[in-house]
Design a binder for this molecule. Structure first.
Ligand SMILES: O=c1ccn([C@H]2C[C@H](O)[C@@H](CO)O2)c(=O)[nH]1
Ligand SMILES: [Zn+2]
Length: 136
């Protein structure tokens, strides 16, 4: 972490972790391997790959594995995220995964893009989140 809440992100290292995860993908049905990696607020890097199923609708996106890894290794908040496909090209998370990332990183989570990075709030404006369930 740097000053004033700024985050120093090694995007190259993060992308390398996503590529490593992508190579572990189980995607025999779509043939579309995905790997995701994220920097956690304590400096850890967590990653995940997509895991498909013969019952297609049960497919787990790479982001699902990443969130599971986040909690399995100690929890924390996601601060920076990247995701690559089988060509090692950046991909934008599906709608469900934007919501998933919002839960664990909030609207300011940085997502790598071809032109730098952008906060999740730009991809998921006016998100529904945990704060909506307060004061019940
Ligand atoms: O954000 C996304 C979008 C798609 N996929 C996976 C799901 C499926 O296995 C394959 C094709 O949709 O890509 C992800 O892992 N993350
Ligand atoms: Zn998804």
């Amino acid at each position: 972490m740097g000053d004033a809440g700024q985050v120093d992100v090694d995007w190259i290292a993060l992308r390398a972790a996503a590529v490593t995860a992508m190579r572990q993908a189980y995607a025999p049905y779509s043939g579309y391997a995905v790997g995701a990696a994220a920097l956690v607020d304590d400096g850890r890097v967590v990653a995940g790959c997509n895991v498909e199923n013969a019952s297609y609708g049960l497919t787990l996106c790479a982001e699902c594995g990443l969130v599971s890894a986040l909690h399995a290794t100690g929890g924390g908040r996601l601060v920076a995220f990247t995701c690559v496909d089988h060509n090692e090209e950046l991909l934008t998370p599906c709608g469900r995964c934007r919501q998933l990332l919002h839960e664990h990183g909030g609207p300011n989570l940085l997502l790598e893009s071809k032109t730098g990075s952008r906060p999740l709030r730009e991809l998921l404006p006016e998100a529904f989140g945990p704060e909506n369930l307060e004061d019940q």
